[in-house]
Design a protein around this ligand. Structure first.
Ligand SMILES: C[S@@+](CC[C@H](N)C(=O)[O-])C[C@H]1O[C@@H](n2cnc3c(N)ncnc32)[C@H](O)[C@@H]1O
Length: 347
């Protein structure tokens, strides 16, 4: 079967891309190959692109997306990208409009520009939950409107990675857009996995790391944290029996005085190792990170879209594109809308 060709912007170390193409195993489960191939991938960070290129047969290029010459991109059917989320300064404008001061600075416009010029069949954009409330809730509808004006029917939904077999409560907004009405009506967001398939922190902790002194906080750091914990809600110790809180790109610098997740071994506190962080993000253990420094590894890992969550999204996309039986799928997607906390939002 011919594969669906994908162009990936802001590809980072490749969490989203790995999920899209599939063909990996994680915590004993096989995530089979999907009928997608990445034909173009770009990120401007030389360290995460190094990790990317250590892990995929196809290669990504180090480039600022604003320098992409759209007519030089290869042919593709799907554009994907977790665009960096700037703060959108629109609140003081009348009428409010996106990109008022610095359109070049607002990188999601680069996705819009490419969509306008190339009109691929579909796109997927990912962003943090905060985008829904940015600028008192005004920015998000305008972002969606820009995608719509590029010629797409657009849906969005807030997904939690923990609902898809990832041991992390990472919530992300997934925006999808389709050129064809048929694709749009057939699409449904992936169903949550059964509770027996959910993962918790205990599933990814590496016993050896409990003996790695370099991961433990000093007694002084612990005493400092304990002195302010009640007032400041510091020292976020994670429960082994639940998915972990969201890990961030600055995990290398986690301190006990931040709100970042930490872990307790007996009566001692420690940070996660980079391999544990990668597992919390659902990267397979075969994914190589160690050609860059620990700090760069944590950054790339913390920025990534969990591959397993993206795999489920890719399965939904491919079944909507490849399934000829339109009527059956309209029924499916309607029942999904009715059975889950909403929403296939039409704009
Ligand atoms: C949220 S991360 C994307 C992570 C990626 N989707 C993954 O799953 O691993 C955003 C990425 O955008 C990249 N980036 C930021 N500004 C950029 C620009 N102007 N051009 C290209 N990439 C950029 C960053 O280096 C970072 O890797």
């Amino acid at each position: 079967m011919e594969k669906i060709k994908v162009a990936s912007l802001f590809c980072g170390c490749g969490g989203m891309d790995l999920g899209v193409i599939g063909g990996f195993s994680y915590l004993g489960k096989e995530y089979m190959e999907n009928p997608f191939e990445i034909v173009y991938a770009v990120d401007n960070d030389e360290y995460c692109t190094k990790i990317y290129n250590d892990n995929f047969k196809h290669k990504c290029i180090v480039k600022d997306v604003r320098d992409i010459k759209v007519d030089e991109m290869p042919q593709f059917d799907m554009l994907i990208g977790g665009f960096p989320c700037q703060s959108f300064s629109i609140s003081a404008q009348n009428p409010p409009r996106l990109g008022y001061k610095d359109e070049r600075g607002m990188l999601f416009f680069e996705m819009v520009k490419i969509l306008k010029e190339r009109q691929p069949r579909l796109f997927v954009a990912e962003n943090v939950k905060g985008i829904l409330s940015a600028n008192k809730g005004k920015a998000f509808p305008m972002i969606v409107d820009e995608f719509r004006k590029a010629g797409y029917m657009v849906a969005h939904k807030l997904l939690s990675a923990s609902d898809y077999g990832v041991p992390q409560k990472r919530e992300r907004v997934i925006i999808v857009g389709f050129k064809n009405k048929e694709d749009f009506y057939k699409f449904h967001y992936p169903l949550k996995v059964k509770s027996s398939e959910r993962k918790v922190l205990r599933d990814v902790i590496i016993e050896e790391c409990n003996r790695d002194e370099s991961l433990f906080f000093s007694e002084k750091a612990v005493a400092g944290m304990l002195a302010v914990r009640e007032k400041m809600n510091k020292g976020r110790v994670m429960s082994l029996t639940e998915p972990c809180n969201t890990i961030s790109a600055h995990l290398a610098k986690v301190s006990l005085n931040s709100t970042d997740p930490v872990f307790m071994v007996g009566d001692r506190y420690r940070r996660f190792s980079s391999r544990e962080a990668a597992r919390i993000q659902s990267f397979p253990d075969s994914f190589i990170f160690n050609s860059v420094s620990q700090i760069r590894q944590y950054k790339a890992i913390g920025n990534a879209v969990p591959p397993v969550m993206m795999w489920h999204i890719a399965r939904s996309l491919q079944s909507c594109i490849n399934t000829p039986c339109l009527e059956r799928n309209i029924v499916d997607s309607m029942s999904v809308v009715n059975n889950t906390p909403v929403q296939l939002s039409l704009f």
